[in-house]
Design a protein around this ligand. Structure first.
Ligand code: SGN
Ligand code: CA
Length: 598
């Protein structure tokens, strides 16, 4: 049986084609008719997946012509099945929370030299970096729901973080990929209210989760683990790979970090990283929002006014609300707390002594914020390196598609902001880097308009599963292979719904064609148009500029087309006079109400 096992030691590992297989594929048989034969065979071969059992388990009389024929067909079937199995790569999806492309050195930008991300850069060097991965709705739960369903928020029902529980009974890619023989595992931040469905294994952080000594929810209940969250999630991923999965099945492992989400609490070993000097500031740190409308002006997400000295900036000496002390410091073990305070106390004292005000204070806040954020990123980058090394050591990397992304982008001081939600570039674009040995050309870069709407379809396509017609994105496999499909989208539709809510960003929808971006802040009845080529920082709304009249007209048509294509209901404007202003932070509330207190 020279054909038997032909170099296959584990399903899902690639191996050279043998002559019989070439013959089958030449005749157009492999992958079409033979799988049917296999599934209907008396032994239920699909269970075994090892072709060596084929042909010998039948009660055959040696040498009869019929037997030879059956044996031959069985071997051919085995080989074809094998070829199919070999084509089912594993998928490791490492996904973080609020990771800005500006904080990945492979994407360049002002922080790239000071804060390199070597493991993510290596992933990009060995794979494909997507320059324009756009989210459908720049906020956590909705992004995750879109990834699971391949549908926009209005159809999967998860439109805001605050108001909904994900309906886990609906169609999701994990359920479909399982039917293709995949094992599915979800470890880390989930943030969808209801328990995960469609996963063989899940261990998730309740809600936002905690940086130190996090609780985990599993089907068995809740338990606490001691340590730093990014590390613990990485270790859990490795444990699942080594001990909890079934080694003869292909898998998708979703490793979902809490980091670098607010309040940006780094691991002890990185508390003093970047202490040597100041990081560069973005050009728009002191944006005055001229040239844009109500939404950009009246948000509640500036480093200056919204950021809190205690919880966000870790000056425990000025933690007026006690949120940092009770939520972060008190959760630590005595040893962790001691190391933390040893790192921050002297820096805080220097800051307090300096009695900074005005722009100097904003500058200090920016440095503290971005340094803590980048310290968190260091652990995320380590996690990518560690998991990849682990796959490599176990011989799994060759047949594993490794994908890194985040639920959305983030502001690192651009426009004076932190947080996300807006369709402006920094939070609309999210990182996407994928390596797939033998398929993705190392070092390639895509500038196609891709989206988190496409992830479910991509996973299914990689697994060889059918993509349901009601999913609204498209597989990225063609792009990964260097061949963008001819009918690939040339515009991308966006819609954000959470107002009133954290950070008070007006609801808006919009359309982007890679150069121009049209945004509709419908509750305040304001439109914005940006020319990203001439104005990449999106400082000047051109909507009413006659020079852009034809662009405006064209994009309005594109927007209407997208609304139809994606089945959007008509917009119902809300009465802003009835909005609950208590969502605002103290400072902004005071400003907007002419001195009111919360
Ligand atoms: C928390 C944060 C907000 C953040 C939301 C949503 N506040 O409420 O700043 O916008 O999460 O983030 S915090 O003070 O509690 O950290 S998301 O990533 O889950 O969408
Ligand atoms: Ca997020």
């Amino acid at each position: 049986m020279g054909l038997e096992l032909a170099g296959v030691s584990e399903v899902g590992q690639s191996r050279p084609r043998d002559a019989a297989e070439e013959e089958l594929s030449h005749r157009g048989i492999a992958g079409t008719r033979l799988p049917y034969l296999i599934e209907s065979s008396p032994k239920g071969i699909a269970e075994s997946r090892y072709p060596s059992t084929l042909g010998v388990s039948y009660p055959l009389k040696p040498d009869s012509l019929m037997n030879r024929f059956i044996l031959c067909v069985s071997l051919a079937a085995a080989t074809a099945f094998n070829a199919i199995a070999a084509k089912q790569p594993n998928i490791v999806f490492v996904f973080s929370d609020d990771h800005a492309t500006q904080a990945i050195s492979a994407y360049g930008g002002i922080l790239a030299d000071a804060a390199p991300t070597p493991h993510l850069d290596r992933l990009a060097a060995e794979g494909m970096l997507f320059q324009r991965c756009l989210v459908t709705n720049s906020i956590c739960g909705p992004s995750r729901a879109t990834i699971l369903t391949g549908k926009y928020s209005h159809l999967n029902g998860f439109m805001t973080n605050e108001t909904t529980e994900f309906d886990g009974s609906q169609q999701t890619f994990p359920k479909l990929i399982r039917k293709k023989g995949y094992q599915t595992a979800m470890i880390g931040k989930w943030h969808l209210g209801s328990d995960p469905t469609g996963f063989d294994h899940w261990e998730v952080l309740p809600g936002q989760g905690s940086y130190y000594n996090p609780d985990f929810k599993t089907p068995e209940g809740m338990h606490r683990e001691i340590g730093y969250v990014t590390d613990i999630i990485t270790q859990k991923a490795k444990t699942w790979l080594d001990h909890q999965r079934e080694p003869d099945k292909p898998f998708i492992l979703m490793v979902q970090h809490k980091s670098p989400h607010r309040n940006w609490a780094p691991d002890l070993k990185y508390l003093n990283a970047f202490d040597d000097g100041d990081l560069p500031e973005p050009d728009t740190l002191f944006d005055t929002y001229e040239g844009r409308g109500t939404a950009a002006r009246d948000q509640d997400m500036t480093i200056d006014l919204t950021m809190d000295m205690g919880n966000d900036l870790k000056v425990d000496q000025q933690d007026l609300t006690q949120r940092f002390t009770k939520g972060t410091l008190d959760r630590m073990t005595p040893g962790q707390r001691k190391s933390w305070l040893a790192a921050y106390t002297p820096k805080n004292e220097t800051f307090i002594d300096a009695k900074l005000e005005g722009e100097d204070l904003v500058r200090w806040k920016y440095q503290r914020y971005v340094k803590d954020y980048l310290r968190c990123i260091k652990s995320v980058d380590d996690s990518v390196g560690e998991i990849r090394a682990h796959l490599e050591e176990r011989g799994l990397s060759e047949n594993t598609v490794f994908i890194y992304s985040s639920d959305q982008g983030f502001y690192l001081g651009e426009h004076g902001w932190f947080d996300k939600r807006f369709m402006y570039d920094e939070s609309y674009r999210t990182p996407l880097i994928a390596a797939w040995p033998g398929v993705i050309k190392p070092g390639s870069v895509s500038s196609d308009l891709v989206s988190n709407l496409d992830f479910a379809e991509t996973f299914l396509d990689i697994a060889g599963a059918k993509i349901p017609k009601d999913m609204q994105g498209a597989s990225l496999v063609g792009i990964m292979k260097g061949k963008t499909p001819r009918n690939w989208r040339d515009t991308h539709y966006y819609h954000y719904y959470e107002y009133p809510g954290w950070h008070m960003v007006q609801r808006h929808e919009g359309i982007y064609d890679g150069r121009y971006k049209l945004m509709n802040f419908y509750d305040v009845e304001e439109w914005e148009l940006f020319d990203m080529e001439k104005d990449p920082l999106e400082m000047q709304n051109q909507y009413k500029n006659p020079e852009y009249a034809s662009v405006v007209e064209r994009l309005h048509k594109e927007l209407d087309k997208a609304r139809k294509q994606y089945d959007l209901p008509d917009i119902e404007r809300q009465n802003l006079d009835e909005v609950d202003m208590r969502y605002h932070s103290k400072e902004i509330f005071k400003r907007l109400t002419g001195g009111g207190t919360l």
